[in-house]
Design a binder for this molecule. Sequence first.
Ligand code: PEP
Length: 252
Amino acid sequence: MRKKIVAGNWKLNTTVPEGIELAKAVNELVAEQGAADVDVVLGTPFTHLTSVVDAVDTERIGVASQNCAAEAKGAFTGEVSVDMVKSTGAKYVILGHSERREYYGETSETLNKKLALALEAGLTPIYCCGEALDIREAGTQNGFVKQQFEETIFTLSAEDFSKIVIAYEPIWAIGTGVTASSGQAQEMHAFLRGAIAEKFGQEIADETSILYGGSCNAKNANELFANPDVDGGLIGGASLKAGDFIQIINAY
Ligand code: PEP
């Protein structure tokens, strides 16, 4: 059975003490009332990783970085490698978020380097994909996201592909308060699962967790997660409040 996952993406928010406080609050709520069959992930800034790993029960909560370097080591000032991330105790790395693609020029080529390094280091990539508003309005979103797959995760071996988690995040829904409708999310997730089945076979497609991201919150998570092909969420804004985040974790 594929995993249900609710992952928070804190983005450029919280100082280290604030992040520890938030992680402890989430940890407590998950221990008290978190649905046992949902994997919980906290995607924190690099500076917080070690402290957040220490602050939570890592059997219950995985920690993620929001990016990693495209090189393994060396003269790359300001970069953070997969081995550095791994050495904090983090288990996941969010890759290809639309904000990184848009603001930091992250290309498929860069992403492929990061995916290979992450997999080699034993980190689980949470691979983000999704279309901008003009593409959705033109009705070409399915082909666009499939093309993103073809340039990146469809170049992986079946074995490596089966280690990744996918997050479908329509850009027009990220941080905008506009959520994809339940029907739009299901339609895209089913299409992507079909594309994965064509590429790697039905068994791998059935085991792949495809999360939805884009203004998912405590109010709408229930309806989104009720879809058969939506296996959880990548949550931005609503992951910064422990009380909201636990409601999303328990939205199944
Ligand atoms: C995100 O950036 O991954 C995201 C889904 O953000 P938000 O939930 O704030 O739309």
